[in-house]
Design a protein around this ligand. Structure first.
Ligand code: GLN
Length: 601
């Protein structure tokens, strides 16, 4: 580790011809400007590496440093677009249309920062780049190898992110566990990165696990030791070891891990289970983890104590709000993947954010709609104060969802209809209010008489699966005098992931029958929001977008706040707190980025 490598990068940078071992640095890269924190996992997966990395990144961000996270995934998929949420958790979508791992949602929420495709990298992307370059003769007759070409591409991705983000610190999360075949070349690339950038430019943090078998009643450090040893065998000396455990890791065990891994005992820290993930940043600060990173990377001069004090105050306001909620409502989630909570991670978070804003705890009840119809739906929704019908694909449970929506619409149960749920609401309205008996979505029934939900025109040409939906951030133009206008004002920006839409041929009929399309695309007749007027229903709001993806702790999504507010009114008729919207803040409208895969309309 102590090899002095100053000057190595300038050798790479200044050369005019390709060397044997190094890719050229990306244009604009300033060596030494950006530092790196690399988080790797040992012993086992599922330790909460994403939560840990985002919490540590937040500690540094709170000090006024600019941070940029990146997640390296081992799998060969190009992105998460084709992954089953039942196995992998929800597919998160970024404003630029990137379909990625749900950890990116954790980063966006923790850092309150919009991320891009630069923040997410899979082995598929790395290999695709290398293979494309090979086909274009980019290797000048050389054989293409894992080292230096594949590892070079990994370092390239980090440096490209450094240039684009102007970050003080890039946070690198390596997926999987040290020793996995899939991530071995990422780890090798990180070793090279530290060598090239210079030893004070990269801080390695190993997240490990300290067991406490019930039969022994004491903490055992051997698996942790072996995991760290495996990392060291790969040429990486960790600077900080964070020990996940059920209970606080005792001094003796931390000392032992320190001895076996050449890490100062005060840098072996306990990351035991705690009541809320929001307490982790403070836990890290309490253990001196943020300071250890700052010291190692020599960032003390860039840190701002006053900014940190303010950020911590705001954050503890949120955490206290979460703890001290005085009211409670129960909201039903009518879904398909109800047995796997990760499939709805962002929805769960969005309710938490909205609850804190209104001083309420939101209890979710999972409703499997596959067995529901008009005869048993009232019983299934009994006792709820609100309903959300989330996004979905395919046909299973669709009729049950339509029954839920009909019940909510006719009984005045507040509801929020998201993406597929929005589409089911349009079908329900067409069937039961407009008299189009056989209305459906062509995703469900291609031959139905009234295809009120139909493929987007550009989807007719699409043949492959990955990255081909209408994806990412789109602007919404909003009609005056609607719920949506109260919440956003004239425009909003929302994130999308769909292939089907309201067929424009039916819009006039639906509107004539009282359904209000309150938000639409500025460029085409794509319906983005629907609602019923407050005189007709206390809260019946839907969107073709995924509002859960842009909800943040301190800026909850208004659609969720609206639902929880209506639920509170239903639960307690005396509840008289006003909706916190009537002076809407200016809508957050990002530059209009077209998605790479679609000519988005
Ligand atoms: N399956 C629907 C579509 O493709 C809805 C998608 C979703 O809910 N994300 O349009």
């Amino acid at each position: 580790m102590a090899i002095e490598t100053e000057g190595l990068l300038s050798t790479i940078r200044d050369r005019s011809v390709d060397t044997e071992f190094y890719l050229p640095l990306p244009a604009g890269y300033k060596p030494g400007q950006t530092k790196y924190v690399v988080v790797v996992g040992t012993v086992m997966s599922g330790l909460g590496k994403g939560i840990f990395s985002s919490s540590l990144a937040k500690c540094l961000q709170d000090k006024g440093l600019a941070v940029a996270p990146i997640k390296f995934e081992g799998y060969l998929n190009i992105d998460s677009g084709t992954l089953n949420p039942y196995r992998h958790g929800e597919v998160f979508v970024l404003d630029d249309g990137t379909e990625c791992d749900m950890d990116l949602g954790t980063y966006e929420r923790a850092l309150d920062q919009d991320l891009t495709k630069l923040n997410f990298c899979t082995s598929g992307q790395i290999f695709r780049r290398v293979l494309d370059r090979e086909r274009h003769g980019g290797y000048l007759g050389r054989d293409v190898q894992m080292i230096p070409h594949v590892t070079g591409e990994v370092k390239n991705r980090l440096r490209e992110l450094a240039v684009a983000s102007h970050a003080d610190v890039v946070f690198v999360e390596i997926g999987g566990t040290v020793g996995d075949v899939e991530n071995a070349y990422y780890i090798e690339a990180m070793r090279q990165l530290a060598f090239e950038e210079g030893q004070r430019s990269v801080c390695f943090v190993a997240l490990t696990y300290v067991m406490e078998p019930a039969s022994l009643g004491e903490q055992k450090s051997k698996p942790a030791q072996l995991g760290i040893r495996e990392l060291m065998e790969r040429g990486i000396q960790p600077h900080i070891i964070a020990c996940r455990a059920v209970n606080p890791v005792v001094h003796k065990v931390r000392e032992k891990i320190a001895l076996f891994s050449n890490v100062a005992p005060e840098h072996v820290i306990s990351m035991h289970d705690c009541e809320s993930v929001y307490l982790i940043p403070d836990m890290l600060r309490g253990a001196g983890c943020d300071k250890a990173v700052i010291d190692w990377l020599g960032l003390a001069e860039r840190a701002d104590d006053e900014a940190e004090r303010r950020a911590r105050e705001t954050w503890s306001g949120y955490v206290n709000g979460l703890r001290n909620a005085s009211r409670q409502v129960t909201i039903g989630v009518a879904g398909k993947y109800t047995s796997v909570r990760d499939a709805y991670a962002s929805i769960i978070k969005a309710f938490e954010h909205a609850g804190v804003r209104l001083g309420a705890r939101v209890q979710l009840r999972w409703i499997d709609t596959s067995e529901l119809d008009d005869s048993n739906v009232a019983a299934a929704l009994e006792g709820l104060h609100g309903l959300v019908v989330p996004g979905a694909f395919g046909t299973r449970g669709a009729e049950g969802k339509i029954a839920c929506i009909r019940h909510a619409r006719t009984s005045g149960l507040p509801c929020l209809l998201i993406c597929y749920g929005f589409q089911m609401a349009v079908i329900e309205y067409a069937r039961n209010v407009c008299g189009m008996q056989d209305a459906n979505s062509t995703e469900i029934d291609n031959d139905c008489r009234y295809p009120v939900i139909n493929l987007l025109p550009e989807q007719l040409r699409v043949e492959s699966l990955g990255g081909t939906m209408r994806l990412g951030g789109q602007d919404v133009v909003i009609n005056e005098g609607t719920w949506a206008w109260r919440m956003f004002g004239p425009r909003a920006r929302q994130r999308f992931r769909h292939r089907y839409e309201v067929d424009p041929r039916y819009i006039a009929d639906l509107e004539a029958a009282g359904l209000v399309f309150s938000g639409r695309s500025p460029r085409a007749p794509i319906m983005h929001f629907l609602e019923l007027p407050p005189a007709v229903h206390p809260y019946f709001v839907g969107t073709q977008a995924h509002p859960e993806l842009t909800s943040r702790p301190l800026s909850p999504h208004p659609f969720f706040v609206g639902l929880v507010h209506a639920a509170l009114r239903l639960a307690d008729p005396a509840y008289d707190q006003p909706l916190p919207f009537d002076a809407p803040p200016p809508a957050r409208i990002a530059p209009n980025i077209e998605t790479a895969s679609q000519s988005s309309r």
